[in-house]
Design a protein around this ligand. Structure first.
Ligand code: SPV
Ligand code: MG
Length: 441
């Protein structure tokens, strides 16, 4: 008997998810096998999910989607917005989920376990095929990472990330090793992966690492050396703390050098004369620059840069120096008019109220210039709340230095107290761990 109308025959439905921006024969093989099991839907991980899971995608979602749509055996392609399959599976209820068996251990194991639980809710099945390591693919992946670290590619990525995510995070780095922490630390929570988006080369931490006060004493050549150490081992965008920017005549050279190196943003603060750290507030003598002078510095910096990607952020110290909200806002509008690509508003109050008030009032007149905050004092606010209020960059400016230093001091004291190192051993990484921490190429 021939079925003329087979609309009512339900085919087995199959689901797979991909994050890769390159396709190799291993992918094609597993897609072929999955398609043999039923009607195959491919989930392509969104750009934001890929960026926070492994690295910034070199091929955007729209193009990755087209690639998968054109592979034979694929029925349709959808966007999967998180590393977690939960929402997609509850919506599509595929009979089968296909994956390589490599996720049975390691970072993706919780994702796999969740898939198994959700499938169990409605009687779905997990089919795993042996994972094949593809050396060619590994090489391409390595090259992609190297590409992300080159000056032109790295520089432009901060702007792209702000556009993509609305609000990005940066953590301080003052050496190769702190750069690696900023680069590689990943947390998997509720089916989502979290990483820092960028690095902050803080004047406070760069100076502290060199045992010097944060008063623009560490010269630019030395600060650039720190950037270079970090850049050599990382790929994430860099935001540079340019202090006051120095003399306008000097600042233009700083802009050119930073841009050439592949730094994404320099933040300069509207102070003049001997700069002290902002967290001293009014306890020390600090002088705010005039609006006119600082606008001229911004304009000169913008004229000096060569690319569209490099950003100059104007940092306003009015709240730190207790000059009032009106002064802070007047400066913010003047500085953005002078060409500043972003505005940083700083405060040393524990309560975030004055920061929130500033953001709200600034956003009434200016909805597009990114706002940067450094919540060292007002540290109870979550990134989500900052984002909802209109903040675009959240910088964790000094936490690695503040945590590393006491840990080292404690070990030094323990050795001195015991006249040997045994008692300090539990406070230390093992020799094996430290040797393997940084793999040789
Ligand atoms: C830095 O990290 O050097 C800064 C931020 O400029 S703050 O220390 O809060 O002034
Ligand atoms: Mg600083």
């Amino acid at each position: 008997m021939v079925f003329k109308n087979n609309k009512n025959i339900k085919r087995t439905t199959v689901y797979m998810c991909f994050s890769s921006d390159f396709i190799h024969n291993g992918h094609i093989e597993i897609i072929k096998k999955a398609a043999e099991l039923g009607t195959l839907t491919i989930g392509v991980l969104s750009d934001e999910a890929v960026a926070s899971y492994k690295r910034f995608p070199l091929v955007p979602f729209s193009e990755r989607k087209v690639i998968y749509e054109n592979i034979s055996g694929v029925d349709r392609v959808i966007e999967q917005k998180t590393l977690s399959y939960r929402d997609v599976l509850r919506e599509l209820r595929p009979d089968i989920v296909v994956h390589g068996d490599d996720w049975q251990s390691g970072f993706q194991k919780p994702i796999r376990d969740e898939v198994a639980c959700v499938l169990a809710e409605y009687g779905g099945r997990l089919v795993e095929f042996p994972y094949t390591l593809n050396e060619g693919f590994e090489k391409i992946e390595k090259r992609a990472r190297m590409n992300l670290g080159t000056p032109d590619v790295r520089r432009g990525r901060l702007k792209k990330l702000i556009d993509m995510k609305g609000c990005v995070t940066a953590i301080e780095a003052h050496s190769g090793i702190t750069g690696l922490i900023a680069e590689n630390t990943t947390v998997l929570q509720d089916g989502k992966t979290y990483q820092f988006d960028a690095m902050w080369v803080s004047s406070l931490c760069d100076s502290t690492a060199k045992g010097k006060p944060d008063i623009e004493l560490v010269d630019m050549t030395s600060r650039f050396r720190t950037i270079d150490d970090i850049m050599e081992v990382t790929t994430k965008p860099i935001i540079f703390d340019g202090d006051t920017g120095g003399l306008t005549e000097h600042f233009v050279y700083t802009v050119k050098s930073l841009e050439r190196m592949g730094v994404s943003m320099v933040i300069i603060e509207d102070k003049t004369g001997l700069k002290k750290n902002s967290l001293f507030g009014t306890e020390v003598q600090q002088t705010q620059d005039s609006i006119d002078n600082f606008c001229e510095k911004i304009r000169a910096g913008k004229r000096a840069q060569k690319t569209k990607d490099f950003m100059i952020c104007a940092r306003i110290e009015s709240l730190i120096l207790e000059r009032g909200m009106e002064d802070a806002l007047e400066r913010a509008f003047a500085f953005s008019k002078a060409g500043a690509d972003a505005i940083m508003i700083h405060s040393r109050k524990k309560e975030p109220d004055e920061i929130f008030e500033f953001v709200e009032k600034f956003r009434i007149e200016n909805t597009s210039t990114p706002i940067v905050v450094v919540p060292t004092s007002f540290n109870t606010v979550t990134e989500q709340e900052f984002k909802e209020r209109g903040v675009n960059v959240v910088i964790y400016a000094n936490q690695l230095t503040r945590s590393g230093f006491p840990a080292m001091q404690n070990v030094a004291k323990t050795i001195l107290t015991n006249h040997r190192a045994k008692e300090a051993d539990d406070m230390c990484m093992s020799i094996k761990e430290i040797i393997n921490l940084i793999p040789e190429e």
